[in-house]
Design a protein around this ligand. Structure first.
Ligand code: PMP
Length: 372
């Protein structure tokens, strides 16, 4: 069996030790004579798995006690509607920073549901190559929260700062603190994070957390009472928090695998500081190779270059196809850019080893020598 290097943007590579452990436990979970997939979500075995996963995540991210951790379904995309439904019950507008495709979708969904929206900052003038600076953010007078995408997975633009003030959000002109809501789908767990700067954090699992089908939401307690009255029970953060994310059947196997990923991060990697250093090294190498070449280029401002998703183009588009075909032959998978933008994209999530990046860099240099 050969496992190739997988640069997919999501569902993405999973750590080999996690898959091996899941394989070993697949038919018989710890002598219980059944797999995790076949257990009741209310059984003591699964409840222990669920609790351990939450405890490990809390430890990794140093999640303060006044935050609830929810294990939900519907993907990050469902949060585009759940966030306004849960935070706009007392009125006010949803404010957005627009730095790429995902942030735009979040805004469009809030608007579609009939909520008041306000564009508080944008990177459109730079064609999404440079994130807005703190001083450029203009909140609406009635802003109820500010939503942004920490890392735009398709454009490869990552915020180099948390756009909040000291107290868990930003100050409106009237002095009120507006909580920050952050889509961290493609950069959560890539390094340490100060959770206390945010009101709500959410992330689809299929990049740095585990398999698709699970969505992680962290929400500060005081925000649980801002929900709109008439929303489906499954969409209510408060109801989900009170039910331990088990109003109905949760995605048990994905939750279990996420728990294994958290243990891998703790034990094999040594925590998020260590992960951070590895990720910085991986990204720096690849960007250096791109910048040093005459064939490949990346347009993002240095301060906003994503560590997780590295889009690049070839100087001659006609070389795209051979590049992808030869890469695949060399065991370097899923380097094609998103269908909406074309070009290439190498996603360097936590489970992509440094050796994969080295192999990609060698391949790119060789390709340029032969075809550039
Ligand atoms: N936000 C970001 C930043 C993403 O990268 C993605 C998926 N690539 C989404 C939201 C949507 O996630 P999902 O497919 O889980 O709905």
């Amino acid at each position: 069996m050969t496992r190739h290097y997988n640069f997919c943007a999501g569902p993405a590579a999973l750590p080999a030790p996690v898959l091996e452990r899941a394989r070993d436990e697949l038919l018989d979970y710890q002598g219980r004579g059944l797999s995790v997939m076949e257990m009741s979500h209310r059984s003591p075995e699964f409840v222990a798995i669920a609790k351990q996963a939450e405890a490990d995540l809390r430890e990794l991210l140093a999640v303060p006690d006044d935050y609830r951790v929810l294990f939900l379904q519907g993907g990050a995309s469902l949060q585009f509607s759940m966030v306004p439904m849960n935070l706009l019950g007392n009125g006010g507008s949803a404010n957005f920073l627009y730095t790429g495709i995902w942030g735009k979708k979040a805004l469009a969904e809030a608007k579609k549901l009939g909520f008041a929206t306000h564009l508080a900052g944008s990177s459109e003038a730079s064609r999404h190559t440079e994130a807005p600076q703190r001083a450029d953010i203009e909140l609406a007078a009635d802003a109820a929260y500010l939503h942004y995408t920490a890392n735009e997975t398709i454009g490869g633009l990552e915020f180099d700062y948390v756009p909040g003030d000291e107290e868990g959000g930003l100050h409106r002109d009237d002095g009120k603190v507006v909580p920050l809501v952050c889509d961290l789908s493609s950069s959560i767990l890539s390094g340490p994070l100060d959770v206390s700067k945010f009101g709500v954090i959410y992330a689809g699992a299929q990049k740095n957390i585990g398999p698709a089908g699970l969505t992680l939401v962290l929400v500060r307690d005081d925000l649980l009472d801002r929900r709109c009255e008439r929303i489906p029970g499954l969409f209510e953060y408060r109801a989900m928090a009170e039910a331990g994310s088990m109003i109905n059947t949760p995605p048990t196997f994905a939750w279990y695998l996420a728990g294994l990923v958290f243990q891998w991060l703790k034990r094999d990697i040594g925590g998020l500081e260590a992960m951070d250093a590895i990720n910085s090294r991986k990204a720096a190498k690849l960007y250096a190779a791109i910048d040093g070449s005459g064939l490949f280029s990346n347009p993002i401002a240095l301060r906003n270059r994503s560590r997780m998703n590295v889009p690049f183009v070839l100087a001659d588009e006609r070389l795209d196809k051979p590049f992808l075909a030869e890469a695949e032959e060399a065991g370097l998978l899923n380097l094609k850019g998103h269908r909406s933008v074309g070009g290439m994209r190498a996603s360097l999530y936590n489970a992509v080893p440094e050796a994969a990046v080295d192999a990609l860099i060698d391949f790119m240099a060789d390709f340029e020598k032969r075809r550039g």
